[in-house]
Design a binder for this molecule. Structure first.
Ligand code: NAD
Ligand code: ZN
Length: 392
């Protein structure tokens, strides 16, 4: 079959690889009908996630048709149309039972590798996301092996198009969980969202769904800011304005009640803004690339939440910890527990509350994917979300 493989830092290619086969009685094989490129794939492209090997198949946002099931699979049958969460979870460990699917204790055979690399186990496994996350082949391919097939895949029985349900696999639940973690007081709270990539776009819409009185979105890419405005958000271009001042002005001096960092560790290292510049001079601190997280902490109102769907790896230094402490902030972060959001969010799609396909700007074949990885990484050509058809 055809698949997108990691060929080294900044190198992604299309290769012919063996079709997957059932390895365990709890597996299913899914023929992929739609798959997407995610901001998280950029960390792999950039070489920020250790334990990738040349030839690893990429992709963790995919859906398709079940073509084979192992003997122990009870809920799925050949022909079922399914969306598959990006996390692989056993469904029976203490974490899964408590709905913390991304912290699954049983799906990642390499959790000791994660512990050695990060000083902590990352929890569960992921499709197409390096050996420390289990080394499972991803879904930017024509077929994929899906472990724990009775746990993750969710059947789509309505006639919704792939593009309307595909993002239940990751970015819609991720944006939603980021907003849910803020415990928004409906009709009152103001939420700021740093980063208007696909995750930020769903965080903005989810914040409104959960009752936010006002949402402010921050980025520098005009097409992305425009898409945020279409959802009703006020926007700030951080290259044109001092973000911290603008957020204060927009909130009567209080700051946003909650702040979502949908950027992560690859934030552009632009100036920290006048207030942080001053702090830097006074405390003689040095700043690096985590601008969005610092802005989030500095801008958030007293008692607010800083919610991080954006991915961080390794060490982060020079955080304005004093500001976080003084304001009594709550921090929430981590991988999304995708499984628990699929049914409620699918119900919202079916009810017509949201059509997630709004975020798609590029549709292509697997052969075009290597080029589109770069287009998406560089935010060129108005690119916000790429969906691939493995059979085109
Ligand atoms: P993306 O790269 O398309 O979007 C990031 C956006 O942040 C871009 O529009 C960029 O211009 C903007 N940005 C960069 N620096 C900024 C700054 N200093 N201030 C404000 N905006 C800034 O990626 P995406 O697909 O939207 O994903 C966003 C993050 O969410 C990534 O880190 C990704 O890995 C993560 N993610 C996490 C989970 C999870 O389970 N927690 C799931 C999916 C994605
Ligand atoms: Zn993703």
């Amino acid at each position: 079959m055809k698949a997108i493989v990691w060929q080294g830092v900044n190198k992604v290619g299309v290769e012919n690889v063996p079709d997957p086969t059932l390895l365990l009685p709890t597996d299913a094989i899914v023929k992929i009908t739609s798959t997407a490129i995610c901001g998280s794939d950029l960390h792999l492209l950039d070489g920020f996630i250790p334990s990738m090997e040349k030839g690893d198949i990429l992709g963790h946002e995919f859906m398709g048709e079940v073509v084979e099931v192992g003997k122990a699979v009870k809920k799925l049958k050949v022909g079922d149309r399914v969306v598959v969460p990006f996390n692989i979870s056993c469904g029976v460990c203490d974490y899964c039972v408590r709905g913390m699917y991304s912290a699954c204790d049983n799906s990642n055979p390499n959790h000791r590798m994660a512990e050695a690399l990060y000083g902590a186990t990352s929890g569960g496994a992921l499709f197409g996301y390096s050996h420390m996350y289990g080394g499972y082949a991803g879904g930017q391919a024509q077929y994929v092996r899906v472990p724990f097939a009775d746990v993750g895949p969710h059947k789509i029985e309505s006639d919704l198009k792939d593009e309307q349900v595909l993002f239940l696999t990751d970015i819609f639940p991720t944006g939603y969980q980021a907003a849910e973690n803020c415990n928004i007081i409906p009709g009152r709270d103001v939420v700021a969202v740093f980063g208007t990539g696909p995750v930020g776009q769903f965080a903005i819409r989810s914040a409104y769904m959960l009752g936010a009185a006002h949402v402010i979105a921050i980025d520098r890419v005009p097409e992305r800011l425009r898409m945020a405005e279409e959802a009703g958000a006020q926007t700030i271009n951080y290259e044109q304005e001092d973000v911290l001042l603008a957020l204060r002005e927009a909130t009567g001096g209080r700051g946003p009640d909650h702040v979502i960092d949908a950027v992560g560790m690859e934030a552009h290292g632009h100036g920290p803004g006048a207030a942080l510049d001053k702090l830097q001079q006074t405390l003689k601190l040095s700043f690096d690339r985590i601008t969005a997280l610092r802005w989030a902490i500095q801008s958030c109102a007293k008692g607010g939440t800083v919610s991080l769907p954006g991915v961080y790896g390794g060490l982060v230094d020079k955080l304005p910890m004093g500001a976080a402490f003084a304001k009594g902030l709550t921090w929430k972060m981590g991988q999304t527990h995708t499984h628990r959001h699929i049914y409620p969010l699918l119900s919202r799609i079916e009810a017509g509350e949201i059509d997630p396909s709004f975020v798609i700007t590029h549709r292509a074949s697997l052969d075009e994917a290597p080029e589109l990885y770069k287009t998406f990484r560089d935010k060129q050509g108005g690119c916000i979300k790429v969906v691939l058809n493995p059979w085109a």
